[in-house]
Design a protein around this ligand. Structure first.
Ligand code: UDP
Ligand code: MG
Length: 315
């Protein structure tokens, strides 16, 4: 009974990159076959608007080792990864992008690293951010520092979603049913022994990235909300500090008035204080609102994705 690696590939509008990808991954499949390991390629169409689904149908018909799932609309990469993990049948599961920024050629090496028996997962991190705008790299680095400080989710700077895991880790990830999924956090949170394999950043082979700076920024906020309640604690600390400051100010004003008398003055300072307090209150309510919104969405227990189509089983 040979071993099997499932390769989960989220695809959103990847008709330009997929032909390169399928060629490369089939070469890796041939290489792994020599080690007695079978590859199952599980392509997940995340509601693409281009010819991606057509390509997936063709590949599934053409190659016995290709399967696909297709969503009813775009649910996001997180949902696509979850669906892939759920449907993967391998003893090992890899997650990789369709644009070859996660070099498929690293897979044999990752598999060998797992064979030493010392690790449950081999994950990749970019050591360079070549070809990326400078401010984006800067904010990315700030984000990793921050989230590691305020959460249990151990996230490595430059970590990619590209990784190979043993079955127990896959099952642990699947047991986390949250709708607001932040995989970088989930991978770290479930624990297990992970080997970090560094590699040079590669630019996507064709097509365009789906991530604008603003989308990435929002994604990082989601990550913080999903894995840390520190902002809530900060809100109460700020509240406490403002109360203390108010008590001191009150004492000062009282003493001043009693000792020196006080002609009516101080309108500018009053306005500053009112605006400041109004700002602090709105900010705090906003933070609570963010958590409330997430809680609301989680309590609905909606499915993480909806399938519209999948490949036929090949006996
Ligand atoms: N992706 C997806 N759903 C989305 C956005 C992206 O499945 O809503 C897939 C995409 O097809 C690719 C991977 O996620 O395989 C990474 O996307 P992209 O290359 O745009 O991100 P980047 O590499 O720039 O971070
Ligand atoms: Mg990419």
């Amino acid at each position: 009974m040979g071993r099997c690696i499932s390769v989960v590939v989220p695809c959103y509008n990847e008709e330009q990159a997929l032909p390169y990808f399928i060629q490369e991954i089939q070469m890796v499949a041939a290489e792994m076959a020599q080690k007695g390991v079978e590859l199952e390629i599980l392509l997940v169409n995340d509601g693409s608007r281009d010819g991606t689904l057509g390509l997936l149908r063709d590949y599934a018909a053409q190659y016995p080792n290709v399967r696909y799932l297709s969503f009813s609309r775009n649910f996001g990469k997180e949902a696509a990864m979850y669906a892939g993990l759920e449907h993967a049948r391998g003893d090992y599961v890899a997650i990789m992008d369709a644009d070859m920024q996660d070099p498929p050629a690293l897979l044999p090496q990752m598999y060998d690293l797992l064979q030493t028996g010392e690790y449950d997962s081999v994950a990749t991190r970019r050591v360079s951010r070549k070809g990326e705008p400078l401010i984006r790299s800067f904010f990315a680095r700030m984000f990793y520092k921050l989230i590691n400080r305020i959460s249990d989710a151990d996230i490595v700077d430059g970590a990619r979603d590209y990784r190979l895991m043993r079955r127990p880790m896959v099952d642990a990830i699947l047991s986390m049913k949250e709708v607001n999924r932040f995989s970088k956090g989930i991978f770290g949170w479930v624990g297990f022994r992970t080997y970090w394999l560094p590699y040079e950043n590669v630019e996507r082979v064709a097509g365009e990235t789906k991530w604008s700076f603003w989308k990435l920024f929002r994604y990082s906020l989601e990550g913080i909300i999903a894995f840390s309640t520190a902002p809530l604690a900060i809100a109460s600390v700020v509240g406490l500090l403002v109360c203390l400051a108010a008590a001191v100010a009150l004492a000062v004003v009282l003493v001043k008035t009693l000792a020196f008398g006080d002609p009516v003055a101080g309108w500018p300072s009053m306005i500053c204080i009112i605006l400041f307090l109004g700002g602090v209150q709105l900010l705090t309510v906003g933070i609570i609102g963010q958590y409330l919104a997430k809680t609301y969405l989680e309590t609905k227990k909606r499915p993480i994705y909806i399938l519209a189509e999948e490949s036929q089983d090949k006996e």
